[in-house]
Design a protein. Structure first.
Length: 485
């Protein structure tokens, strides 16, 4: 087999094997919450309620309607015991196809920047790194990432039609590919053509919804601007140590629901968002090497780093949008250092800190560590855009990052055991204490009390050894069920 066939075989085997055989989160934590949310969208469609015709969502219309179409196809497949299975498999196939497009676009970009050897290096690293596969299993971000990378390739290769179409489709999937638009304006007439074509694509795809129910498109915009901070330095300033929350899906039929707040804001959203826009706008106005391929890619990479570091909200899948730029711009060891450290912080934050331990100190540690690394990565990208001052800033970041990563690792090694001990000693809620006491009164030695799996996990630490809890077997993994038995 040729080298290309070997790479594609390994890539597809890993992605498709994961879709078929792996559970999102494995035994650590069930990470299927977003997949279940997609299933809610499909179930509402069965009732005749469709996205952006009867309610708003937190992302643009293209992906929700893809879910509706895939669920229609899933209902024509042989039935299974799990309502989510067919939709998960079909969506996994689509996302694997998008991830393959990302791989090919990355290799094409690397070939233009440094030649064939760099293309193979980037291709194998992208195939082997765990983050793309984890995101593919849990979220839908491989789709907008593929659009961003194809659009970026179109700008680098001087193909404005390709850049405009890809960017327009990407914006209708998620807002991140929109970062290419201000950068394209620095490309002269060809860049302007790409921007106009992207705007036309967005307009045509939005037109049916704008004609039938324009309030729900506006609801998407309002919800994006108004939603509370989460998992960022802004959330820490607000005293909030949990994930992003919006109004329940069934309540999103009016614009009033876009004002839902998960917590009161200490920092008003116009201030945090305005600061981010000023920094990004200043970056895009700088005289950088926007017309050179490497300067263009580095400028987009710096923009992504600043956006992820200083946006008012962050979710673990967002790291996928930064991943291509260290691979394209940095030496392999440095790229792997950044991406491994950021991925470990991602997992420590979600699900370990947010869901399993629910420990605010660990959440703060991961948020601050990630923010510093993202800003350092943005500076190193900026260093490759041309100016001497940018090279000096990037050099300072490059010298500090290895020590920073070692320091974060040592803090994690010392702090995580202490956090585990604190979580184990944390007082139980009054409801748990009362229920545990009731079970002690009712239970006889060797007697099992039937309850849910969640209650089993929560209560087994406060029950005596001779009283055990049998989980709800219908929602329990077979291996765990055998362990309980």
């Amino acid at each position: 087999m040729t080298d290309r066939v070997v790479l594609l075989t390994v890539f597809l085997s890993l992605r498709l094997g994961a879709v078929l055989l792996f559970r999102p989160g494995g035994f650590l934590f069930d990470l299927a919450a977003d997949r279940l949310f997609y299933l809610q969208i499909a179930d509402l469609a069965l009732e005749g309620r469709y996205p952006f015709l009867h309610y708003w969502l937190e992302y643009p219309p293209l992906f929700p309607w893809l879910v509706v179409g895939l669920d229609w196809l899933a209902r024509h497949l042989p039935p299974t015991d799990d309502r989510l299975l067919a939709l998960h498999l079909l969506l996994g196939l689509v996302l694997t196809g998008a991830d393959l497009v990302s791989l090919l676009a990355l290799m094409a970009l690397a070939r233009r920047l440094e030649g064939p050897a760099a293309a193979w290096r980037v291709g194998w690293l992208y195939t082997a790194l765990p983050l793309p596969t984890l995101v593919l299993l849990t979220w839908f971000d491989p789709l907008p990432l593929s659009a961003l990378l194809v659009g970026l390739y179109g700008l680098v290769a001087g193909r404005p039609v390709l850049a405009g179409l890809a960017t327009g489709l990407g914006v209708m999937l998620k807002v991140f590919p929109g970062l290419l638009l201000p950068v394209a304006l620095r490309q002269g007439r060809a860049g302007l053509r790409a921007v106009l074509l992207a705007a036309l694509t967005v307009g045509l795809l939005s037109l049916p919804f704008a004609l039938v129910a324009p309030q729900y498109l506006w609801g998407f915009v309002l919800a994006t601007l108004r939603r509370s901070s989460w998992e960022t330095v802004w959330a820490l300033l607000d005293g909030y140590y949990s994930f992003g929350v919006l109004a329940p899906l069934t309540e999103r039929t009016t614009l009033a629901s876009t004002a839902y707040q998960a917590h009161p804001a200490v920092v008003p959203w116009p201030l945090s968002t305005g600061l981010l826009l000023v920094l990004l706008g200043g970056l895009w106005l700088l005289r950088l090497g926007w017309t050179e391929p490497r300067g263009l890619v580095a400028g987009v990479g710096a923009s992504v780093g600043v956006l992820l570091a200083l946006s008012k909200g962050y979710s673990p899948q967002f790291l996928l949008y930064l991943l291509p730029f260290p691979l394209l711009l940095f030496p392999a060891r440095r790229a792997v250092l950044y991406l491994t450290a950021l991925t470990v912080l991602n997992v420590l934050e979600y699900p370990v800190a947010l869901n399993i331990l629910q420990e605010p100190a660990l959440v703060a540690f991961t948020v601050l560590g990630r923010t510093v690394l993202l800003l350092a990565c943005a500076l190193e990208c900026l260093a490759q855009t041309g100016p001497v001052w940018a090279e000096r800033l990037g050099g300072m970041a490059a010298r500090l990052v290895p020590s920073l990563v070692v320091g974060l690792g040592l803090l994690a090694l010392v702090g995580l055991p202490l956090t585990l001990g604190q979580a184990a000693a944390r007082p139980r809620s009054p409801d748990e204490v009362r229920l545990a006491e009731r079970l002690r009164i009712l239970g006889e030695p060797g007697q099992g009390v039937i309850t849910t799996t969640v209650a089993y996990r929560r209560l087994r630490g406060v029950l005596p050894a001779d009283v055990f809890v049998i989980g709800d077997f219908r929602s329990t993994h077979p291996v765990e069920r055998q362990a309980e038995l």
